[in-house]
Design a protein around this ligand. Structure first.
Ligand SMILES: Nc1ncnc2c1ncn2[C@@H]1O[C@H](COP(=O)(O)OP(=O)(O)O)[C@@H](O)[C@H]1O
Ligand SMILES: [Mg+2]
Length: 297
């Protein structure tokens, strides 16, 4: 009959509805699964990002570890070298100290012979005595450089006149006739270790003399600005090569065949002990030392 649905048709509609419901349930299930898989993927991505981070950290740590291991092996080599140097230093100090006495005996004996037999000594022998005297002075100077460098005694300070210290330093060095030293007209009082500052002057002056070989001018200047005392030693020598300016304060660095390379390092240590600084400029060569006037300040 038209307009009605047969039982067969009703059945198939019912079956269709069931299927639709089932499909919807399946769809919901799939969506749920999809969601949970999406969450797992997001989680995995987060974990991957973390893994990347951890891997980067691990690489950085490995880098750091490699650096530290190479630092450590360098420290070990440095330590080994420092230990050896300190043993060599002690040995040279002892040797230098022991050699000073026989040298003093040689020098004194020559002086005695010259005094006792002055009228009877022929000129050529006198010249030979001078050669021996100069050679022994040079050895004494080099031994003193080694001793000054190796012995790092504490400062014994008081107030001293820089001019007096400079005079006494000049007395200890041999200055060729053609080299003129222009002394400062003023004086400055400095709270310092007089023997050590004298060693500073001796070293700077000797270097200036040696740089000029036979003739030239050396100018020493003193000044005081506020609480800082400055002294400068300038020479008219050939100057220091630009690429060597950084090296000249390193222990054992020398460009001289008979140099020790210990003069400027000793000077630097002494200035640092006085809480001061030293600077060098070229053309003309000027070594400038700055020391606070009162160490206590
Ligand atoms: N006044 C100067 N003029 C030119 N070069 C200098 C001067 N003073 C120092 N130097 C350089 O610095 C080096 C190191 O000096 P120093 O430590 O006193 O050792 P040394 O005098 O035994 O060589 C010298 O060998 C020289 O090359
Ligand atoms: Mg020197």
């Amino acid at each position: 009959m038209k307009g009605t649905i047969s039982t067969d048709q009703e059945l198939s509609y019912g079956a269709l509805l069931d299927r639709v419901k089932k499909l919807e349930l399946d769809k919901q299930k799939l969506e749920q699964e999809n969601n949970s898989q999406y969450r797992i993927i997001v989680n995995l991505e987060r974990k991957m990002a973390k893994l990347d981070e951890v891997t980067q950290q691990r690489d950085w740590l490995l880098d750091e570890m490699t650096k530290k291991i190479s630092d450590l092996s360098r420290f070990r080599t440095d330590l080994f070298r420092a230990e050896r140097l300190s043993t060599i230093g002690e040995m040279s100090a002892r040797l230098a100290h022991d050699m000073r006495n026989p040298l003093a005996i040689i020098k004194n004996t020559i002086e005695l012979v010259k005094l006792k037999h002055s009228s009877k000594i022929p000129n050529d022998l006198m010249n030979m005595f001078r050669v021996i005297d100069n050679a022994s002075s040079r050895i004494v100077f080099q031994l003193d450089e080694v001793l000054n460098f190796v012995r790092s005694s504490p400062l014994e300070c008081d107030e001293y006149s820089l001019s007096e210290i400079l005079d006494s330093a000049i007395c200890k060095i041999v200055v060729p006739d053609q080299i003129h030293i222009h002394l400062p007209q003023n004086d400055v009082i400095l709270f310092c270790d007089t023997e050590k500052i004298e060693a500073v002057f001796t070293n700077l002056l000797m270097n200036a003399v040696q740089a000029m070989e036979n003739s030239g001018e050396i100018t020493v200047r003193f000044s005081q600005i506020d609480d800082v005392v400055t002294f400068e030693v300038e020479d008219s020598g050939p100057g220091i090569q630009k690429n060597l300016l950084d090296k000249i304060f390193e222990p054992l660095f020398t460009t001289k065949s008979r140099g020790t390379g210990l003069g400027l390092p000793t000077v630097k240590t002494i200035i640092q002990q006085h809480r001061g600084t030293i600077r060098v400029t070229n053309k003309p060569t000027v070594f400038s030392v700055f020391i606070p006037k009162k160490l206590e300040a």
